[in-house]
Design a protein around this ligand. Sequence first.
Ligand code: PGA
Length: 241
Amino acid sequence: MYFIANWKMFGDLRTLNSLDKVIKFSKTDKKKKFKLIYCPPNTLIRPLSKRLKKTKIEVGAQNCHESDNPGAYTGHVNSKMLKNVGAKYLILGHSENRQAGENDKLINLKVKSGIKAGLKVIFCIGETLKEKKNKKTNQVLARQIKRGLKSIKKKSKLIIAYEPVWSIGTGLIPKPEDLIKTVSFIKKKLGKTSPKVLYGGSVNSVSVSQLKDISSIDGFLIGGASQDPKKFIDIIKKIYN
Ligand code: PGA
């Protein structure tokens, strides 16, 4: 089971001290039941991966520039650079970036560059509230998968994060029966060798009770609640208790 922390644009060097609790907790997982991955802002990838060196917690990035090569792209970093400082995973297609203008074609280039650099891509998909109300969820997800993963051969190596846009940061989560149907739709779309499919959007120690029995979900992408080590640990504890 994956528990991926998406810190978004939060955290500084001092914040890293709070992770000692999570490191200690991760050592209690003798049977290797869960996989913890932290995706901090780029500024923290190096110090965080150094700090986590002797642990089984891994580090990822939240986005990248699509160019494989260095170049005149002020303010950007590419996937090779992220790998170079310790990232092993890479979140792409997050709805906050889609809303800021990233389209499927651009995301597809980024996915290719991430794979090429040897990063494990966490590919985010999800419908807006309007699309949900218009019963377009499956159509939107199918389009995001088809275009965003165009020409990607080994899809089983990816991690898919289903994150309804209307659920992110709102406290709302899909009804379990809807979520079961959607996850099954996503897995079918991806064929026989379906990658792991995670759920993301307002996951916390309370909402996770409604999600934990959905056996087709392979883990969670957690935003707000992942910034507080206690809240993050509580989510994991709820799953295994
Ligand atoms: P949230 O964010 O858990 O704060 O809703 C999830 C995400 O954006 O990945």
